[in-house]
Design a protein around this ligand. Sequence first.
Ligand code: NAI
Length: 326
Amino acid sequence: MNIAFFSTQKYEQPFFEQSITGQGSVSITYLEQSLNQNTAILAKDFDAICVFVNDTVDDAVIKQLASFGIKTILLRCAGFNNVDLPAAKANSMNVLRVPAYSPEAVAEHCIALMLTLSRKTHKAYNRVREDNFDLNGLLGFNLHSKTVGIIGCGKIGLALCNILNGFGANVLVCDPYAQPGNYTITDLDSLLTKSDIISLHCPLTDQTHHLINDEAFNKMKPGVMLINTSRGALLNSKACINALKTKKLGYLGLDVYEQESELFFKNHSDEINQDDIFSRLVSFKNVLVTGHQGFFTQEALTEIANTTIQNALEVCESKPLTNEVL
Ligand code: NAI
């Protein structure tokens, strides 16, 4: 199976090279381009494509891929909101993903965002380098005894609950499929009303698109902390800006952004940022943005590479497909 890898980054290659060692039936061509209608032509002559979170696998792209005889779409991520599944089905394509590579990697990144926002270690780092040991402006708050609301308690949400229990936080969970655990299950309204910190861990669907909007902010406590490491479009960014301006939103930690495909995973430092909403968001002192790095640990990359190659081998060997989305 010859696989065209779209949106490849240098840091991924050693992990994939390691996982195909000894697997003669799979070969990889690493492409820097992201997949869209203009670049789909690059997949001609390949048997399969492998994509990441910001590649576009819509109906038009799928039709092009099908015309090249491609039958397999390998996602080297968990989320599959960027794939038009009905179109893939209509073209008899297998869509496989990496359902869980390291929920702890993302959960630990949430904690990093929460603690950085609260304890301002990023500001302290810069001050101390300038021999400035003034503590004014660095006042934080304890996670202990705070109420943390988790929207979506799947693998990552659950890993976060476990860590937060260690901090002595009161954890509220809202998830239509929540199982009893070391947290209180509640509905969305009550979670929004009671939480000091809210963290989003549900997938992006038609139902969850802009789940956090003006109406949701109105229900929240003044000065609430909001963390989004799930998918950018769960938040209405304009509503966030309004809530930051009125101080309803006291802290915002983002690892994802609605228009991130134009920005993330690339160095734009020589360019003028044309995204006024993003520029406004990062101008607030109480907003911390990381560029979709929640998953970015050695352990997670090892698991992503191994599972993706395992998925490809199952297709090659006509075995039952463990991680099929369709
Ligand atoms: P999961 O599928 O294990 O859990 C998602 C949970 O959300 C499920 O329990 C589901 O019942 C719940 N859910 C669905 N609709 C809901 C709603 N309307 N309200 C409340 N809960 C709802 O997924 P997992 O592995 O925990 O990942 C969660 C999300 O994190 C993914 O969809 C992906 O978008 C994102 N992610 C981000 C990464 C990063 O690097 N920042 C890395 C990996 C995943």
